[in-house]
Design a protein around this ligand. Sequence first.
Ligand code: HEC
Length: 168
Amino acid sequence: MRHLGLTLCAAAIAATALSACNKPANAPPADTGAASTPTAAPAAMTDDEKKASLAKLPAPYNAADLDNGESKFALCSTCHTTQQGGPNMTGPNLYGVFGRKAATLAGFTYSDALKAAGWTWDAAHLDTWITDPKVAAPGTKMTFAGLKDPKDRTDVIAYVMIRTGFKP
Ligand code: HEC
C-alpha cells in the first residue's frame, strides 16, 4: 500500500495536483489529547476563526488585515512568543500583555528604561512602542527598528491581541 501511495503521489505531482499529495502529510496526527498543551505553537486559524476573532476587537482593529498582521509579526517572533506559558526568548513572552504593567513579567530581566516607563500596555502604547521603541523608552534593550507604516502597526496589533488573549 505504501508503495502504491507513493506511486500515486508521484503521479499526482506529475499532474501538478500537489495539494492532493500534501494533504495527508499536513493532516494533524490522530487525537492524542496533547494538542492544547500551553506551550504548543499557535495553530493556524481558519478564515472563519479569523473573522470571528477580529469581530470581537475594538475599532480600528476589528477591520485589520490579519494575514498582513501575521506576516509582519514574523519581525517580532524572532524575539517573542505569544502563546500562554510560552518561553521568554530575547524578548518576554507576550501572552496577557494587554492590561499588564510594562516590564512586569516575572522571570524576564528588563532594562531599567522599560522598568521606569510606568505605563500599562494598551493598543495606543503598543502602537507608539513598535513605531520606534528607542524613542518610546530611550535605553530599552528591544533592538527593533520600528514599523513605520500605521496600517502595518494596526494589523500587527490586531494579530497580537488575538494571539495573546486580549479581553475587550
Ligand atoms: C530583536 C529582538 C526583538 C524584536 C525583533 C522585538 N522585540 Fe519586543 N522586546 C524585546 C526585548 C529585549 C524587550 C524587553 C525590552 C526592555 O526591557 O527594555 C521587548 C519588549 C517588548 C514588549 C514589552 C513587554 C512587557 O512585558 O512589558 C512588547 C509589548 C513588545 N516587546 C512587543 C514587540 C512587538 C509587537 C514586536 C514586533 C513588531 C517586537 N516586540 C519586536 C525584543 C524584541
